[in-house]
Design a protein around this ligand. Structure first.
Ligand SMILES: C[S@@+](CC[C@H](N)C(=O)[O-])C[C@H]1O[C@@H](n2cnc3c(N)ncnc32)[C@H](O)[C@@H]1O
Length: 257
């Protein structure tokens, strides 16, 4: 996908933050001038354009937008705060305050935010797609809300652009309590669904057994994998304990302690 970065219509100068974002995303910056986004994309033969906005970068392509938004995390944390509803991921991971959580598949960051809320400490999130990493990292940084139970966990997430196997291989043994994976499903849950922006940008590779082996070395307590309940992935990865949450989703658990 050929992508470019630009500024909103009114902005003329590049801020220091925009310079850092350009280093992170490693895409060419083109001056906006007074041009519309379709005109700019046509001129640079781009498939999509990332606009650097004050409240976070937004990628426009194919009439869709991709940007950081904490909606899913807000609903999950809100359900716990209002109704005491237990979050299935937190339950599967056995997370408690003070635990160190390594999210090996950050994506939009919803699971990482929920983990940061319950652990009340720093969470590390790894993402191998450079475009997703940069948009989510800077979206989180530029996010402001008066809801402190949402903004505090977001501030506690450290976003790292890395392939999880390579990153895990460098870590000391037993350096995190829980190592977590939510890889892309082999197929979208609904076949009729159009490809979401995340699916089009994401790294589609399946988890490898070597990655699970490294995760078991790095975790002090558990390795947890989210997958389809009916999928073959748990069997392929040698995961036997399966915590089913709904008809479609399940968490595979490896206890390592
Ligand atoms: C289903 S999404 C994760 C969604 C996330 N749990 C959330 O709450 O928003 C999977 C993400 O993992 C990333 N990914 C896939 N393989 C990876 C790898 N080897 N290393 C790091 N990230 C990877 C994909 O690019 C994608 O963004």
């Amino acid at each position: 996908m050929n992508l470019i970065v630009t500024s909103p219509l009114a902005a003329e100068t590049k801020s220091a933050e925009l310079e850092q974002f350009l280093t992170d995303i490693d895409l060419p910056y083109v001056p906006r001038g007074r041009k519309s986004l379709p005109k700019l994309m046509q001129e640079y033969q781009a498939d999509g354009v990332v606009v650097w906005k004050v409240d976070g970068p937004v990628l426009y392509f194919d009439n869709e937008q991709f940007f950081f938004h904490p909606n899913m995390a807000k609903i999950r944390i809100g359900a716990f705060r209002k109704q005491g509803q237990v979050d299935p991921m937190i339950e599967a991971c056995g997370l408690k305050a003070g635990d160190r959580f390594l999210d090996c598949t950050l994506g939009l960051g919803a699971d990482a935010i929920v983990a940061a809320y319950f652990t009340r400490t720093k969470v590390m999130g790894l993402e191998s797609s450079q475009v997703i990493t940069a948009i989510i990292k800077w979206g989180m940084r530029q996010f402001h809300s008066d809801i402190s139970w949402l903004s505090e966990p977001i501030r506690n997430i450290e976003v790292i652009h890395a392939d999880h196997y390579e990153f895990l291989a460098q870590l000391d043994s037993k350096s995190f309590d829980v190592v977590y994976f939510d890889p892309m499903f082999r197929q979208p849950l609904l076949k009729s669904q159009p490809l979401s922006p995340l699916r089009r940008l994401a790294d589609p590779r399946p988890l490898s057994r070597d990655t699970i082996k490294q995760a078991c070395r790095v975790a002090r307590s558990r390795v947890v994998v989210k997958e389809r309940y009916q999928g073959e992935e748990f069997k392929r990865l040698g995961i036997e304990i399966i915590h089913s949450t709904s008809g479609q989703l399940a968490y595979g658990i490896i206890n390592v302690s």
